[in-house]
Design a protein. Sequence first.
Length: 228
Amino acid sequence: MPVPVLLHGRSVRLEPLDVRHIESLAAAAAEDRSSYAFTPVPHGIEATARYVADALAAQEAGRAVPFATVRVSDGAVVGSTRFCELDYWQGPVIWPPAPRGPVGDPWSAVPDAAEIGATWLSARAQGTGINTEAKLLMLRHAFDVWGVRRISMRADARNARSRAAIEGLGAVLEGVHRAHTRGLDGLVRGTAFYSILDEEWPAARVRLELRVSTPRIQIEPARPLISA
């Protein structure tokens, strides 16, 4: 399995997820939950402890590489994200195709394809550019260090905000699996699947690096007029 790694950026740091992040993650998730209608985000200390335990179990099984998302400016934990659906294409061809573990030493293995998912941010961290830079750090690691052939992403087809964010990364819509699964609201939902291929990564990287390096303009809300 890929060894857990620390990824540094200007505004965000992705730390290997650990039990020490539980309280901070719970606090981040509790800020304002109104934007989590389509995103599974733990609520409360106990739920967050289970969330972290499940993520670490997936890591131990070689199925995921989870991170805590940390804001550099104040060191606050503001969310989580992970590599998941790790797929390895070495060794003999198997049929029918299915996700498989690495051949040989698992601790020196790197995947040929992976998915970026389970991403959420606290209410105050949303729209600040942290998500974009975090995705840039992960995509750089996946394509430039691991040498993957494909990174996938997915979203509830109804989640326009999440889909716009994915498309802003340069990901290509592969299609929508209609009536794919049940959503968090219990309704049957479609799932929009996206991907970035290795040959598409250089152009996507240039656009993302430009977005991250361009200062974000904070627009102050208009002040109400005061009558004499």
